[in-house]
Design a protein around this ligand. Structure first.
Ligand code: ZN
Ligand code: ZN
Length: 291
């Protein structure tokens, strides 16, 4: 059996390039695929491989005392969910470009909230609490927590703009979530920097939460691998998204057949055939001319 794991750690890395080469060696030896981002502020990764190789990777990574307390979010998969292995050194492990220093503690971050407490917040209809989805529009479009505010942003780098839109809620209690927790660490920190007083973040994100209360999450959870989006609760599959063409319920993302467009959009099976995998009449015309 194969498995995919997701994990991160904010910690000062003195020599990112050295960590990159040791990670490359380890991941190659175990035939893992996926993406690892290393920076002076930490490590952010998602990898897939055979169960035994993933176990060995986890064992060796956590031997390093910097990473001994990492929490892994895991799921069984039928095949590798990445085409290749990529390990990069970047300025940030998630790009927000706001000069936040959460590793040293210079910038504070939101307090962690446990799945139990988050579940209570979802159950209670407290108007003084705002549930904020820290993910992008195409992620929340296909799945989210009930009552969450979902920013209309294409990219996490646009989250600061969204903060301006919710400025008036500065005195409310803000509870945020993202897929695995890594974005909330920065997003919550930026809210505090911008004057929000009472900021919380769901520890280890939706994927960890789903181990306890999968039924609270509606629709599919977007994942950044070949599965694109997955149901977390196999018993209750609610479709919250609609086909871009006909407006019928659909929970399938496809990419536009016009390679120059390549838009990822929600499309039902019928319209996928009818529009020849294209997002619009215009894109369908373009591919028809080429064919
Ligand atoms: Zn349709
Ligand atoms: Zn298109």
């Amino acid at each position: 059996m194969k498995r995919v794991i997701l994990f991160y750690k904010y910690i000062h890395i003195a020599h990112p390039l050295a960590l990159r080469s040791s990670q490359m060696k380890l991941a190659k030896r175990l035939s893992l695929k996926g993406r690892v981002i290393i920076s002076s502020e930490g490590l952010n990764a998602t990898l897939s491989g055979e169960d035994k190789d993933i176990e060995e990777y986890k064992r060796e990574l956590t031997l390093n005392e910097n990473f001994s307390d990492i929490i892994f979010k895991e799921a069984s998969v039928k095949e590798d969910v990445f085409p290749k292995l990529s390990i990069k050194v970047r300025k940030e492990i998630v790009s927000l470009n706001q000069n936040l220093d959460i590793v040293s503690g210079k910038n504070k971050k939101g307090q962690y909230i446990s799945p139990d407490d988050f579940h209570n917040i979802i159950q209670n209809n407290d108007e003084e609490v705002l549930i904020v989805d820290a993910r992008n529009n195409y992620e929340s479009a296909i799945g989210r927590f009930k009552k969450a505010i979902t920013p209309d942003i294409d990219n996490f780098r646009d989250f600061p703009k969204f903060i301006n839109d919710i400025k008036k809620y500065r005195d409310k209690k803000i509870v945020m979530y993202c897929t695995g927790g890594v974005r909330c660490e920065k997003a919550s920190s930026l809210l505090i920097k911008k004057g929000f007083k009472n900021v919380y973040q769901l520890k280890e994100g939706i994927l960890n939460y789903a181990k306890y209360y999968p039924e609270d999450f509606e629709g599919k959870c977007y994942v950044f691998d070949s599965r694109i989006a997955v149901y977390l609760d196999n018993k209750n599959r609610t479709i919250i998204s609609k086909c871009k063409h006909c407006g019928e319920d659909s929970d399938i993302y496809i990419n536009c057949a016009n390679k120059k467009c390549n838009l990822q959009f929600i499309c039902c099976n019928k319209c996928e055939k009818k529009f020849k995998h294209s997002c619009s009449n215009r894109c369908m015309e373009i591919i028809s001319v080429k064919a």
